[in-house]
Write a protein that binds this ligand. Structure first.
Ligand code: MG
Length: 259
């Protein structure tokens, strides 16, 4: 099922998309637990799709892809590099990514984003998927110009608009059998299978849950394939996982906006 949040101009609504019919069937309730169809339908063209959820918290993992399977290290990092992104950085499909006024470029990072569906602590690797609600596409926009030499990443990951999510949460995805792609102005920049992750999804989520309770609505950005680049204002990035959809955003400059 493909869950979406959308605006009909006056209200923020939730629904399930039927791509083949080009419609959204509105739902009410809590999509994670108990919901029902309201009977209302909307055509995809008449609404604005929003980020498919307002995350409870957002966690990313650093440098998590190799270029080929043989390069996956035999010994995984004992303490993987994770970071938080603020929920205030979330935007939806088609929204603009704002490049902060003090810099000219930021990096895009197309990623598979895991949406947690049930609270969990100390989950075993083999049980991780029981706590996953679904998957969306994330763009972990990054301004490494704000990274500290000691490895402190939070500022460079946290500007408003730096976490596009969407277009939907797909609940029936096989996360081990998809490709994470990015196209910059229609030119392919990233295209890797998720089997190229260094810390795989089960291990990542099991580890995180050994540290903190993962909650319904948490989003985990699972890392970006090789090929992320710096881009400037005026460019359009499409992050895609075919089975989920395409997350398309254009970069603008905060400088131009304020002048
Ligand atoms: Mg990333």
């Amino acid at each position: 099922m493909k869950f979406t949040r959308f605006s009909n101009g006056s209200s923020v609504l939730q629904g399930v998309i039927e791509i083949e019919n080009n419609v959204i069937k509105e739902i009410s309730g809590d999509m994670f637990e108990a919901w029902e169809f309201t009977g209302e339908t909307y055509s995809l063209q008449e609404v604005k799709q929003l980020s498919p959820l307002v995350p409870n918290k957002i966690i990313g993992i650093g440098a998590n892809y190799v270029s080929k399977v043989e390069e996956i290290p035999a010994t995984l990092p004992e303490i993987p590099v994770f970071f938080f992104k603020p929920t205030s950085s979330v935007i939806g499909p088609e929204d603009e990514i704002v490049i902060p006024h003090s810099i000219d470029e930021v990096k895009f990072e197309s990623e598979l984003a895991v949406v947690i569906g049930k609270d969990t602590k100390n989950v075993a690797e083999e049980d991780v998927l029981d706590y996953v609600f679904g998957y969306t596409v994330g763009n972990d926009v990054t301004a490494p110009q704000f990274f500290r030499e000691d490895g402190h990443w939070i500022i460079g990951k946290s500007f408003d608009t730096f976490t596009p999510l969407g277009p939907v949460i797909e609940t029936e995805l096989d996360p081990f059998n998809v490709r994470v792609e990015a196209r910059l102005n229609n030119v392919e920049k990233q295209n890797s299978a998720t089997e190229l992750m260094i810390v795989p999804i089960r291990k990542m989520i099991s580890y995180l849950s050994s540290v903190m309770t993962l909650k319904k609505g948490d989003v985990i950005l699972t890392g970006s394939p090789l090929g992320a680049e710096f881009v400037s204002a005026g460019n359009t990035i499409e992050c895609e996982i075919k089975e989920v959809g395409t997350l398309r955003n254009t970069f603008i400059s905060e400088k131009k906006k304020t002048q």
